[in-house]
Ligand binder design. Structure first.
Ligand code: ADP
Length: 607
């Protein structure tokens, strides 16, 4: 049992290594408030010493006042001083509340900004792992208040420790063993507190995934996107039941843990009672024998009672400090995540204009944590300045090509090259500046239309935005809105206007066009367009792609047929390639898909 306790405490001590970093973080976020906070703590810590000492003087003065006028004057002056100290104590408390509020807000915002900086730059691969979401979840839910709680526990610890030392000094006048006894009586409580801090922490670690699951159902029950299906398929009761089931399990487990902790704390508290009883009996006995004055008894009683209370508070503070540092370990682990997609030491500049083209060279790729290779021995040449369509069944790996080309991931084997230079020799930021992408599920930014398009190139002016919108067929969408380009899109904010999926797609297309890039990757650009919009867009598409190297991923063969070259991807490889006419003549996969699509669609196309 002793060994277990020692191991737990030493593990706890190891966790305290996060403490300096946490304090540094607080100082960085709010340097002046933090210094003020420290000064207030010290002052507040020392005040009780003055109160206790003056109480002793006061009681003796009262006893003397019965006999002399000088004694009465002393009693009145001491009472006035005690009152003044109480008022100062109140003032300090109010000042501390003000300082803590300001400090807490600054620290919270500072930490949020650190989390945001990290979450917006980590490798996309992290988003594929549940462990990352657990870390992110803990960082987001805990980080907002843990550092502040840590400061509070640090502050209280400091303040209580100062007062405790002062009280110990008062008690030492009566006998050094009294101060020692006070501390010893707290050891059982220390063990209970610290071991339950570890248990609570392990429990939180174990239940993060469950808690996230309950958040998931909460989001399904409350989000606008899920609302129509929720009603149509009657999923409300199903999700509610699952949510409540998880919450109940978590509640029960937490209650069981807290119940055990309460029992342990009660047992530890009983030992402290015994010590108080013995000490009070001792001083009363001394007073009866004439070794102590009434003032001594009052001072002793106050100092001992306070000392006992303070010892408990100090332990409580240590427990909180410890628990908060354990959780901050997660925050720091999250903030220290290392990206594997980094710029090499010897950088090769990314070509501003492609002359040769893009090459996927014998690429093998599987998503992190997945056993299946999405691409294997994949080789594809995309000539510079031309339009290459990539077609193929669902899950063939077409979108994965876009992700590899943006260097969101690195291939497991082989490489992706721009004009013969491997992407890994260039800076990822520079590659991304050369590329523009229309993602399959573009983000619907809840912002004015001009900003929504302008995100594609933050230096572009209004005229360039309008031109990109015109090219993407988004201009007609925007002009219909009440405030035109100033109309707020989406429903998140006041006066927002919701668009249809196809309209959002055109806005996203405009955003992609606005970027001054040499490589254009369009993932299903026409999937949400009606046939009229598609054919209108296709007429202009060649002009848009002028001078750029374009990869056009599409299911619609009526879109693909406009490309200079079409590649059919299947089973992680290029199965066929050629022009529309060549592939039809080949009579393979493409020809079969074309026949099937035509017999269904009968679209108004002009080859
Ligand atoms: P598509 O050809 O339809 O664009 P994708 O490139 O999106 O196909 O996906 C290819 C395969 O990779 C699919 O089987 C899909 O399940 C898998 N996949 C896609 N994204 C991930 C991911 N983030 N983690 C694991 N597997 C993924």
């Amino acid at each position: 049992m002793l060994r277990v306790a020692r191991d737990k405490l030493s593990a706890g001590a190891a966790e305290l290594r996060h403490l300096p970093r946490a304090l540094r973080l607080a100082y960085e976020a709010a340097p002046r408030w933090t210094v003020g906070w420290l000064a207030l703590l010290l002052l507040q810590g020392l005040l009780p010493l003055a109160t206790v000492t003056l109480t002793g003087v006061f009681v003796d003065a009262i006893a003397g006042a019965v006999q002399t006028r000088a004694g009465l004057r002393r009693a009145i002056i001491t009472a006035a001083l005690i009152a003044a100290i109480l008022v100062i104590g109140e003032l300090l408390r109010s000042a501390a509340t003000l300082v803590r509020t300001a400090q807490a807000d600054l620290i919270q915002d500072h930490i949020s900004s650190l989390i945001h900086r990290k979450s917006s730059t980590v490798d996309l691969a992290f988003y594929d792992s549940a462990e990352y979401y657990d870390d992110l979840h803990r960082a987001r839910t805990e980080a907002a208040y843990r550092p502040i709680a840590l400061l509070e526990s640090c502050g209280s610890l400091l303040q209580n420790a100062v007062t405790l030392l002062a009280m110990a000094a008062v008690l030492a006048q009566f006998g050094v063993w009294l101060a020692g006894g006070l501390i010893l009586s707290a050891i059982p409580a220390a063990y209970v507190y610290l071991s339950y801090a570890v248990k609570q922490h392990l429990w939180r670690m174990r239940t993060t995934a469950g808690e996230r699951r309950s958040w998931y159902y909460d989001a399904q029950l409350t989000s606008g996107e899920a609302a129509p299906e929720l009603r149509l398929f009657g999923l409300g009761p199903v999700f509610r039941e699952r949510f409540l089931g998880i919450r109940k399990r978590l509640r029960d487990e937490r209650l069981a843990l807290t119940r055990k902790q309460a029992a342990g704390e009660f047992a530890a508290g009983a030992s402290a009672f015994l010590v108080t009883g013995a000490a009070v009996a001792w001083i009363v006995w001394r007073a009866v024998r004439g070794y102590a004055t009434l003032g001594d008894v009052a001072m002793f009683y106050q100092a001992f009672q306070q000392g006992l209370k303070l010892t408990r508070s100090v332990l409580e503070n240590i427990r909180e400090l410890y628990a908060n540092t354990l959780f901050l370990g997660h925050l720091f682990r999250f903030l220290d995540l290392k990206s594997s997609i980094e710029a090499p030491a010897a950088l090769v500049p990314a070509p501003a204009r492609l002359t040769g083209g893009i090459r996927f060279r014998d690429v093998k790729f599987q998503y992190p944590g997945s056993a299946r290779a999405v691409l294997s021995g994949f080789t594809l040449d995309v000539p510079a300045g031309r339009i290459t369509a990539i077609v193929g069944p669902n899950g063939a790996g077409k979108t994965t090509l876009v992700k590899l080309l943006c260097r969101f991931y690195d291939p497991v084997a082989g490489g992706v090259e721009l004009d013969g230079i491997d992407l890994r020799e260039m800076s990822p930021e520079e590659i991304r500046r050369r590329v523009t992408v229309l993602f399959q599920e573009p983000v619907h930014y809840c912002a004015p239309a001009c900003e929504n398009i302008g995100y594609g190139n933050q230096e572009a002016g209004r005229a360039a935005i309008a031109e990109a919108a015109e090219l993407a067929g988004a201009d007609s969408v925007v002009r219909r809105l009440p405030n035109g380009y100033d109309a707020v899109l989406g429903r998140w904010f006041d006066e927002g206007t919701e668009l249809s999926t196809g309209e959002w797609q055109r806005i996203a297309l405009a955003r992609a066009f606005l970027r001054d890039a040499t490589i254009m990757l369009l993932d299903e650009p026409t999937s949400a367009m009606d046939p009229w919009a598609e054919s209108d867009w296709l007429k202009r598409f060649r002009g848009l792609a002028e001078g750029k190297t374009t990869m056009l991923i599409t299911h619609r063969l009526t879109t693909a047929m406009h490309a200079d070259r079409i590649c059919v991807v299947e089973g992680g490889r290029v199965a066929e390639s050629g022009t529309h006419a060549e592939l039809l003549a080949l009579g393979g996969l493409y020809a079969a898909a074309w026949t099937a699509q035509m017999s269904f669609d009968q679209l108004p196309v002009s080859p």
